[in-house]
Design a protein around this ligand. Structure first.
Ligand SMILES: [Zn+2]
Length: 413
């Protein structure tokens, strides 16, 4: 695809399309149609996602009603309690102050943070998003994720803007009341899959998520990666590929990698023939540096480094976990690599209203996709894919922490 075609793809899909919604389905259908126009047939695999319709969400504090959004799937409640501002992560004294309180958090609600809140006897929580230096007052529509609350009591939560949080603390607000009414139900999201069988029965799987977060049009994160997959589809349709190539546009990544987790669970048996996962999440921004993050043997980052020097491409290549759909594959034992171009946060960011085609560059998209294809081609047309099909122990440890199975070591003096 040339720069113009890529920008059209990004413009056509520049609307909010959260996992599990009609808009997400609309983008899935659009991707299928793009493949159809190349003469290729996709299949769609549905999976369940938790949904909620919020009827009422109120936060009262300091004699005022504070604009808020409910945490979806955090139940129904009308709770009034003293307010506690938890500004120290994991500190025993701070946690001992949470009992019977509504807790204002500085962070998002990950598994261990939520675990600490429940264990310490908090009765509700408040988070905030946004930036007091930026004019908008957008409040993000968040959810209490299933894996976060997996074995814990449900606490009611709301999200507010950073300006409201600052005002509450500056005013010395002592107590708060959260009122929540919502209907929770099971909805569907979907992965869009395209196969190009190869000469051998080993497969290389490309992934990119196509859902957005509630405030974002999701262009940079991640219709950019979705465009890369479409472009590669077009290429491999007409070019030889010894390995089979499977393309998966994953749904609901932003909701906790739900699409790739569902795929890995549903295809456990076939995964033994998958030799590599190549994931693309956020590329082609006007500004920013190229990254290749390998959750694989140590040799892979070096190989990418050699390839980039041979072809004069600037890239930071290292072994690590990338928070995207590559992770469930690595966790299932498939060596995985994620490509991204990470922009300085004052030039382009994700998960807010500023993620639009305006931060994207068509020529940069073409450049980034060309390098991903150069790398992929080495692997796809290899006699035997040279990447060891095993995940090193130190990556397994990082996966345990990332997937909240183990807690990272607390800070010690
Ligand atoms: Zn993303």
């Amino acid at each position: 695809m040339d720069a113009k075609q890529i920008m059209k793809f990004l413009e056509d899909t520049a609307y909010v399309h959260v996992g599990g919604t009609e808009q997400e389905k609309q983008v899935a259908a659009y991707i299928s149609d793009c493949c159809k126009s190349l003469g290729l047939h996709t299949t769609t695999e549905d999976f369940d996602v938790p949904m909620a319709t919020v009827h009422n969400a109120k936060l009262y504090a300091g004699g005022e009603e504070i604009p808020c959004m409910a945490y979806r799937c955090s139940g129904n409640a009308d709770v009034e309690a003293p307010l506690f501002y938890l500004n120290t992560r994991g500190d025993a004294y701070a946690l001992s102050q949470c009992k019977g309180k509504i807790v204002l958090l500085e962070t998002g609600v990950g598994y261990w943070t939520y675990h600490d809140l429940v264990e310490s006897g908090a009765v509700g929580f408040i988070t905030f998003n946004g930036d007091v230096r930026v004019a908008d007052s957008d409040i993000d529509d968040r959810e209490l994720r299933t894996y976060v609350a997996r074995d814990l009591k449900i606490l009611p939560g709301v999200n507010i803007h950073a300006r409201s949080a600052v005002k509450m603390i500056a005013d010395g607000v002592q107590s708060a009341r959260i009122v929540l009414a919502q209907d929770q139900y099971t909805g569907t999201s979907q992965n869009v899959i395209l196969d190009l069988p190869g000469d051998i029965d080993k497969t290389i799987v490309f992934t990119a998520h196509y859902d957005s977060t509630p405030l974002s049009k999701g262009t940079y994160d991640n219709m950019s990666g979705s465009a890369a997959l479409l472009s590669l589809t077009k290429y491999y349709k007409d070019h030889p590929h010894r390995h089979g190539v499977r393309f998966i546009w994953c749904g609901s990544e932003e909701r906790g990698l739900l699409g790739s987790k569902a795929y890995v669970a549903a295809h456990a048996e076939e995964l033994k023939d998958v030799v590599l996962n190549i994931n693309t999440d956020m590329i082609g921004s006007i500004m920013g540096g190229f990254r290749a993050i390998s959750t694989a043997e140590e040799g892979l980052p070096y190989f990418i480094r050699y390839l980039s020097l041979m072809h004069g491409v600037c890239i930071e290549s290292r072994q690590d976990i990338y928070s995207s759909d590559s992770t469930p594959f690595a966790d299932a034992g498939v060596p995985a690599i994620s490509f991204a171009r990470i922009a300085p946060s004052n030039t382009a960011t994700a998960h807010n209203r500023y993620d639009t085609p305006a931060v994207m560059s068509g020529p940069q998209m073409v450049y980034d996709i060309d390098f991903i294809r150069l790398f992929a081609d080495q692997m796809i047309n290899a006699v035997i894919c040279p990447v060891k099909r095993e995940i090193p122990d130190k990556m397994k440890e990082k996966l345990d922490t990332y997937l909240s199975r183990k807690r990272s070591k607390p800070f010690t003096f």
